[in-house]
Design a protein around this ligand. Structure first.
Ligand code: GUN
Length: 283
């Protein structure tokens, strides 16, 4: 069984990016600049945003974290984003989700200039993915495909099953696997007899947001299992994934741990996207 070391694969990616970024001051007169906006004090968001800033430091990307009070109005947040759109010193903008309920996430996402949309969430970038026109790829799905590449698993011709149909992970990763010529089944909480579907998977990607929902009986011997979950184990209170690691790892050919699997890859891909946004401005 291969334990897929996302932390190491992400570190290698970031090291390669750092080398590239080191040449930018001479070539372009400055380094890329990412602005991350966090609204409120959601504990998971606090951790994610801190990790994004640390990754920027490791790669040599200038980064600014703007923390806004949870009570900020939607209009004030949109104004803040418009200001960042117009700011020539800013290459990438990320607004950490989820947002407080009184703020419409769709409004926020569509307000970020598509050229600075390092998340790949803007409707034009989403359309670009589905229409195969130039776009920014969403970070978690891109990171999952890089993990598969890193362990030498080619999706071409394989049966992939994706559990979860969110805009952030399930839908885009299914499309990216399709584009790599996998045969893809999408399933979700209303899927009838999910084990009969997931057992068909040669590549199983789980992004359902339910602690340990994938048990060993749901996985075929030799499957490659990618766990996107970031859940709290109801028994221990510790961080765990959507996959019951202890039992599933006995059957899988390869599996991602939580933490240390997909998470670091998301952030590495965010660094890549930031560099891409920066370079596009000089093209
Ligand atoms: N919240 C959870 N994942 C993400 C992500 O990839 N980007 C943003 N902006 N918020 C998130």
């Amino acid at each position: 069984m291969i334990l897929i070391d996302g932390k190491k694969i992400a570190a290698d990616l970031k090291a390669a990016l750092a080398e590239k970024v080191a040449s930018f001051p001479e070539k372009y007169g400055r380094v890329p600049h990412l602005v991350v906006v966090r609204v409120g004090e959601d504990p998971a968001s606090v951790v994610y945003v801190r990790n994004k800033a640390r990754a920027c430091d490791a790669v040599g990307i200038r980064n600014t974290t703007l923390v806004q009070d949870e009570s900020i109005s939607e209009e004030a947040l949109l104004e803040l984003i418009r200001g960042l759109n117009a700011d020539d010193s800013v290459d990438g903008i990320l607004v950490q989700l989820p947002l407080p309920k009184h703020i419409r996430e769709a409004k926020v996402i569509e307000t970020i200039a598509r050229e600075k949309d390092v998340d790949g969430f803007h409707p034009y970038n989403v359309a670009g993915l589905w229409q195969k026109t130039p776009h920014m790829s969403p970070c978690t799905p891109a990171g999952i495909l890089k993990l598969l590449d890193a362990i030498g698993v080619d999706p071409k011709g394989k049966r992939a099953v994706v559990v979860g149909r969110s805009n952030i992970v399930g839908l885009p990763v299914a499309k990216m696997l399709l584009d790599r010529h996998a045969t893809v089944t999408l399933c979700h909480t209303r899927t009838v007899d999910m084990p009969s579907v997931t057992r068909e998977a040669e590549i199983l990607v789980v992004a359902a947001g339910r602690a340990k929902m994938i048990t060993a009986d749901m996985v075929s011997e030799g499957a490659v299992v990618i766990d996107v979950g970031m859940d709290t184990d109801p028994e221990t209170g510790k961080l765990c994934g959507d996959v019951d690691f202890d039992s599933v790892s006995k059957k899988a050919a390869a599996i991602t741990p939580v933490p240390g699997g997909v998470g670091p890859m998301t952030i590495a891909c965010l660094m890549e996207n930031t560099v891409e946004c920066f370079l596009a401005r000089f093209a």
